[in-house]
Design a protein around this ligand. Structure first.
Ligand SMILES: Nc1ncnc2c1ncn2[C@@H]1O[C@H](COP(=O)(O)OP(=O)(O)OP(=O)(O)O)[C@@H](O)[C@H]1O
Ligand SMILES: [Mg+2]
Length: 377
């Protein structure tokens, strides 16, 4: 069984505060099982339990929890509520609601100081509150699972991409090298053999360069060492050198350059990288521009090209990506390998991705990331 994670704890604390006001209670305690323990995970009001954790088996509170029943008690005696004594809290009235949640057990305990105790509407409200806590926890966990699934999918696609890249670049290169050496073996003329060996050596050099390039792409050291701006500048230079594009790096950041954290920086870098690769592959553009701007509390990265735009792109590959052009020229980046990968990366770091394209007037890819935390110069 898993302990409540950060967002779940935050949610439970919020619900405890809300429940306190809703029930007019003086104190509210939420406890959840973890392994064989019952842990106090949230409390509100005057309830300050003496212990944070009790054994599920062998404690009075554990027995109440395992009974999975609701309780409403007035003027409870110490004999009736030894579990209150265990927690080190006292009350003139007490409500208990079970919180069964994905194989875990839990308790909502509301404490009151009034006589008579909680009325019928408050008892019903406590039961509604318990149900809503369980529903919110389930929703939180399924969102988390969905996030994880997305992450796994994104990584799988990434691997497929690198496998394809290695196959197309390195394996093909080595295969042609092998053919060259094979032919050298059959040559009797030493001059000719020498020539073929020279060619083979040149091929080895090309392969080393290509592998170095692949390694840099896998994890650009510049991103960790020098930050996003330097890494993007290097990326633009490489795109220019390799794909023959004239990439204007308009990296205009007013004032200090915000550091976004490794995941967000890596996402922006990869999105820019895929966008530039697409420019080289599909747009027929002579110029591309890579820009970085701070707009309020967001960092905006833009890759713009002056190529053919989506409409006249190769129909077969467009079908793979199925970009749907809306009336205002916005392209829904929902499918396709590169475009959907960009979308996933953006979602994972809470960024917005926007791809717009006009036939004959180029394509623009924008990613906008929330800036949080301190900035560096
Ligand atoms: N800058 C661009 N200019 C023109 N067409 C583009 C541009 N970017 C993308 N496209 C079109 O959108 C399609 C989908 O792009 P996407 O990046 O998803 O896939 P891909 O580049 O074909 O393959 P992959 O990225 O998986 O190697 C492309 O095949 C191309 O037709
Ligand atoms: Mg692509």
């Amino acid at each position: 069984m898993r302990a409540a994670s950060g967002p779940e704890l935050w949610l439970l604390r919020l619900m405890a505060e809300r429940g306190l006001r809703l029930l007019g209670a003086t104190g509210l305690i939420i406890a959840m099982t973890r392994e064989s323990e019952l842990e106090v995970v949230a409390e509100a009001g005057a309830a300050t339990p003496r212990v944070r954790s009790l054994p599920l088996h062998g404690s009075a509170l554990g027995t109440v929890c395992e009974s999975r029943t609701s309780l409403a008690l007035e003027q409870p005696t110490a004999r009736e509520t030894p579990w209150l004594t265990e927690l080190g809290v006292a009350a003139a009235a007490v409500l208990v609601e079970p919180l069964p949640f994905e194989g875990q057990l839990g308790l909502l305990i509301a404490l009151g100081d009034r006589e008579p105790g909680f009325d019928r509407s408050e008892v019903a409200a406590a039961s509604d509150l318990a149900r809503s806590i369980v529903e919110r926890l389930e929703a939180e966990r399924s969102t988390e699972r969905e996030r994880l699934r997305h992450g796994v999918l994104a990584r799988e696609r990434e691997r497929t991409r690198w496998a394809r890249e290695l196959h197309d670049e390195t394996v093909q290169g080595l295969a042609s090298l092998r053919l060259l050496l094979e032919s050298a073996r059959c040559l009797n003329d030493s001059h000719e053999r020498q020539q073929v060996l020279e060619n083979a050596l040149a091929e080895v050099d090309r392969e080393i360069d290509a592998l170095r390039h692949l390694i840099t792409e896998l994890r650009p050291a510049a991103l960790d060492d020098l930050g996003l701006v330097a890494a993007l500048e290097a990326l633009a230079r490489r795109a220019g050198a390799i794909d023959g594009l004239t990439v204007n790096t308009d990296i205009a950041v007013n004032g200090p350059v915000p550091r976004l954290g490794p995941e967000a920086e890596s996402a922006v870098y990869r999105i820019a990288q895929e966008a530039l690769t697409n420019v080289a592959k599909h747009s027929g553009a002579a110029h591309a521009e890579l820009a970085l701007h701070v707009q309020g509390d967001r960092l905006l990265a833009t890759v713009r090209d002056d190529g053919i735009g989506f409409a006249s792109a190769d129909p077969a590959s467009t079908m793979t990506a199925r970009p749907e052009s809306s009336g205002n020229g916005a392209v829904a980046a929902a499918t396709g390998f590169g475009l959907s990968g960009m979308q996933e990366r953006a979602e994972l770091v809470g960024a917005d991705l926007d791809v717009t394209s006009e036939p004959g007037a180029g394509t623009t890819v924008r990613v906008s990331v929330p800036i949080s935390g301190p900035t560096t110069t």
